[in-house]
Design a protein around this ligand. Structure first.
Ligand code: DP6
Length: 362
């Protein structure tokens, strides 16, 4: 039991289960401002993280649930990506279904046919685990709601984030928008390590922010997130880093309520570089930025000085750069991106995205 919710689904009998159900969901990716890097068993973050939910980078997933003649030991499924069998996705989904089984035991009576695709290229270097796990969780909660119509909207949302988290931590932040906190923090009494919650107070300038993703490297991730998070076990700077993130969350609350764009830039860039500093100083160490990542960072900082605008960069665990800027500055910023930064992208590829609102039933 957490926050008044029991995430375990208890009351059902095989005879009362519906025989077939198909549901389709679209879930967005998100970009962390305060980064999640370091976790405990099972999928509990070492520090709170905050993200902008995105609008355009999404996963679209249809699940067909077919009732089996009897209960099975494991949850059975088949997976297709863009209409083709996708066995390479199976291990992650198997692990996810194993983890969520105690909370959705009715699924052992079903076979799941999962059909999924992304709005962004799978090989673009954009992490799809957040959007894909959130979309999968949304479909599963839709079946739970069919079986238990008394589930409130809030319970559905929290359960969706709770299940998504068990697939991928950052997926807990992809269920709602525009700004999501995942992880306990004393200044936000509704916060939880188990699911994401909406931030209640923010200046509206942030809800209409843009995120242009510069695709510096469209290859596969060099360090998987599981390996990456594990690098924080016994990391010399781990305790300081977790404390920094907690402190940055407190600062961000002030920035959000005041609409302080200058402080926002400083904080977001410090978070991105701290994340990479952790990787640079871990054992083994990883250097995930590429020469073009650094060129972009230099250009962004010099553009800011010259223009007085509030363009900020942030990074995930890779070479790509997310450029964050307010809507009122979008035109000038876009011109600069096209003229100075697009050249640093692999195949000149970038994605214009914006802050968005979370999962959609499609
Ligand atoms: C650098 O959510 O991908 O993007 O829980 O192992 O699936 P798992 O990790 P994941 O980690 C995301 C790390 C990050 C920062 C962030 O999104 O907060």
């Amino acid at each position: 039991m957490t926050m008044g919710y029991d995430f375990r689904f208890t009351h059902f009998e095989h005879d009362h289960l519906i025989t077939a159900f198909t549901t389709s969901w679209s879930a967005p990716s998100n970009i962390a401002l305060v980064k999640y890097w370091g976790k405990k068993e099972v999928q509990i973050p070492c520090n709170p993280s905050v993200s902008f939910t995105l609008r355009e980078c999404r996963t679209q997933t249809t699940i067909q649930f077919d009732l089996q003649s009897s209960k099975k030991e494991e949850i059975l499924f088949s997976i297709q990506y863009e209409g083709q069998p996708a066995p390479s996705f199976a291990p992650k989904i198997t692990e996810f279904l194993k983890r969520i089984k105690p909370y959705v035991p009715f699924l052992t009576h079903y076979h799941l046919t999962i059909d999924t695709c992304n709005t962004f290229p799978h090989s673009s270097g954009i992490a799809s685990s957040a959007s894909s796990m959130a979309a999968l969780a949304a479909g599963i909660v839709a079946l739970e709601e069919k079986l238990n119509p008394s589930l409130t909207k809030e319970e559905q949302t929290n359960k969706c984030s709770f299940l998504a988290r068990l697939g991928s931590g950052s997926a807990a932040r992809s269920v709602e928008g525009p700004i999501i906190l995942w992880g306990n923090h004393p200044e936000s009494p509704n916060s939880s390590d188990l699911f994401g919650v909406k931030l209640a107070v923010y200046d509206n300038v942030f809800a209409s922010y843009h995120d242009t993703v510069l695709l510096v490297d469209q290859g596969q991730k060099i360090v998987s997130s599981t390996v990456g998070h594990n690098l924080m076990h016994n990391h010399l700077y781990a305790a300081t880093r977790f404390e920094q993130a907690r402190e940055n969350y407190s600062q961000l609350l002030k920035i959000f309520s005041k609409g302080d764009l200058v402080a926002f830039v400083d904080l977001v860039e410090q978070e991105a570089l701290s994340l990479h500093a952790m990787m640079l100083t871990s054992s083994p160490s990883y250097l995930l930025m590429q020469p073009n990542t650094l060129r972009i960072i230099e250009e962004v900082r010099s553009f800011r000085k010259k223009s007085g605008l509030h363009l900020a960069f942030t990074l995930d665990a890779g070479a790509n750069v997310h450029l964050l800027y307010p809507d009122a500055e979008a035109e000038k910023t876009r011109r600069f991106i096209e003229k100075n930064l697009r050249q640093y992208c692999q195949d000149n590829a970038l994605i214009h995205d914006r802050v968005g609102m979370g999962i959609k039933n499609t």
